[in-house]
Ligand binder design. Structure first.
Ligand SMILES: [Zn+2]
Length: 307
């Protein structure tokens, strides 16, 4: 009898699942992709996670959300039985640092640019949606901070963590695996869609394009590039992203300098030829153009003030 009841319940669940398949929220899972000997990327919910494993232990780059921390640890445990010794944060946003507290509590040393610690230490307002973001608990804060760069010598490789200024935020770092020829870009690279540039955290489209120009000089056709969001990519993908940004920036800047209003800039559709490829992500074309406009207008006016 018990078995029959269970079967009925199971059937009920399956029918409901089939019917609600499109609406039902699915529990996010971690998917692991191998990029090189000892180097992996984990995809889940939030920013992409870089991983190095080996005799010296584990270091991860970013840790998504607090609720993902047990899943991240489980995914890492399938790759290595060693502890997560280091967590490197590419920047302060909660979809990249949300697991910090959980990692800090198990003894991982958190490494990030000084502005990451500074921004996480205080309550702030999200530049994306205006929500109040509380200060992070002490165990979530980076313990080792740097100003320009820091290198980790682990697992037969060197991870160069380099600050790039004024790009997605004012505390961004890109991480290069020297031997594995892998580069983690954090949110200076959204692969496949228009980016969120957090101007309220010191980011700017001008600084982002300059950063991408500098980074492109350091990669080759074999470099595996981990974006903050989107699939693993190549130099050609990064170049296409840079070219899109630079072109849109140039077009909007021209309109700003001509004294156009935001409405006039939107009406000019400066991203029209890019929308098919880049406009289908979370940042819709009009919203994105509006943000670029505000950013560049502020920049143009600031220069006027200085003159
Ligand atoms: Zn971000």
């Amino acid at each position: 009898m018990k078995a029959v009841v269970s079967t009925l319940i199971l059937v009920g669940v399956l029918s409901a699942t089939a019917a609600d398949a499109q609406q039902a929220p699915t529990e996010p899972q971690i998917r692991t992709e191998k990029l090189a000997e000892n180097v992996y990327v984990l995809f889940g919910e939030g920013g992409n996670i870089g991983v190095t494993v080996g005799a010296d232990g584990v270091a991860i780059i970013d840790d998504q959300f607090d609720r993902m921390a047990p899943k991240i640890r489980a995914a890492v445990a399938l790759l290595s039985d060693k502890p997560i010794r280091f967590v490197i944060n590419t920047h302060w946003h909660g979809d990249h640092t949300g697991g910090n507290a959980a990692m800090g509590r198990i003894g991982s040393v958190i490494v990030a640019h000084g502005n990451v610690r500074k921004r996480m230490s205080a309550e702030s307002v999200s530049g994306l949606n205006g929500n109040v973001i509380p200060a992070a608990p002490p165990e979530a804060l980076p313990v080792v901070t740097f100003d320009q760069s820091v290198s980790l010598h682990l697992n037969g490789d060197t991870l160069d963590v380099t600050h790039v200024d004024n790009a997605h935020t004012d505390g961004d770092a890109v991480i290069r695996f020297r031997n594995a020829n892998v580069l983690h870009m954090g949110d200076t690279f959204f692969n496949g869609f228009y980016p969120f540039i957090d101007t309220s955290s010191g980011g700017s489209v001008t600084g982002l394009v300059a950063t991408l120009d500098r980074v492109l000089l350091t990669v080759d056709d074999n470099t595996k590039i981990i974006p903050g969001h989107g699939p693993v990519s190549t130099k050609a993908d990064l170049q296409a992203y840079r070219d899109m940004l630079a072109t849109v920036r140039e077009r909007v800047l021209k309109l700003v300098k001509a004294g156009k209003t935001q409405e006039q800039v939107l009406a000019a559709q400066p991203t029209q030829d890019f929308d098919e490829k880049w406009g289908k992500g979370f940042m819709k074309p009009d919203v994105w153009v509006g943000r670029v406009y505000v950013d560049l207008k502020r920049e143009v006016e600031a220069r006027k003030v200085r003159k």
